[in-house]
Design a protein around this ligand. Structure first.
Ligand code: G3P
Ligand code: CA
Length: 243
């Protein structure tokens, strides 16, 4: 089972922050496969790393990411426990932070958060940035939007692309419909097909909850059970517990 840090080490540190990513990067030597993050576009078309379309839950501001310029967004704070608060990071800042670990072999799953607002042009912008930095082989792409993945596939014919959905059957449906994905990223409780049906795919499953992963046994997650269902990778908020 390959283990990924979902939004960084997002149980102990605020999700999608430089602190959460830097804690996750330290786990590479312990066997962490990769780090997952979410990107959205600001009003002035800058790529920022944040999960929600709004900034209310994770910062001291309110409103939509797409209604603020990057300069305006940077005035809001995220308290990570350090003396100085952080701000919503740009993807550039995160790539600067992770670049050495990525070159050493750590993977990065960039999820395009564009199923609610399509953020026109985001696929072109992010693929260009990853190409400029020659990090194509280190990135796994994903989105809930099949049409966005089609665009990504056209831009990056050799890319590793996962289609997101709640159920494995819905992922397979979109994948076979020609969205260009080669892997599926279902919710971990959404494995509604037999292991045989997904045995030829990489199946990266994500756990629910913003801060607290669900633990079916009330204790440590039974990774062996998930493997039997055909899951090959898991996105966890607290990867440090399972490595
Ligand atoms: O990419 C896996 C997972 O992050 C998808 O759901 O809502 O946590 O972005 P969400
Ligand atoms: Ca995500």
């Amino acid at each position: 089972m390959k283990i990924w840090a979902h939004r960084g080490c997002s149980q102990r540190y605020p999700e999608n922050t430089l602190t959460a990513f830097s804690r996750a990067a330290k786990l590479y030597e312990k066997g962490l496969c990769g780090i997952e993050l979410d990107i959205q576009l600001t009003r002035d078309s800058k790529m920022v790393v944040i999960h929600d379309e709004r900034i209310d839950r994770t910062t001291d501001g309110c409103g939509f990411v797409r209604d603020y310029t990057l300069e305006e967004l940077k005035t809001f704070h995220i308290h990570t426990g350090k003396e100085e608060p952080e701000h919503i990071p740009t993807i550039d800042e995160v790539l600067d932070l992770l670049e050495n670990k990525l070159r050493a072999g750590l993977l990065l799953n960039i999820e395009l958060k564009n199923s609610i607002y399509p953020y026109e042009g985001m696929e072109g912008k992010i693929t260009e940035l990853v190409r400029e930095r020659s990090l194509q082989k280190q990135v796994v792409w994903s989105s809930f939007s099949a049409s966005s993945l089609e665009k990504l596939r056209n831009l990056l014919p050799d890319a590793e692309i996962g289609i997101l959905d709640g159920k494995a059957s819905d992922c397979l449906y979109k994948l076979k419909g020609g969205c260009g994905a080669n892997a599926i990223h279902p919710f971990w409780r959404g494995i509604d097909v037999s292991a045989g049906k997904i045995k030829d795919y990489t199946v990266r499953a994500w756990l629910g909850g913003h801060l607290y992963p669900e633990k079916p046994t009330g204790g440590r997650l039974g990774l062996k059970e998930l493997e039997k269902k055909g899951i090959t990778d898991v996105f966890l908020n607290e990867p440090e517990v399972y490595l």
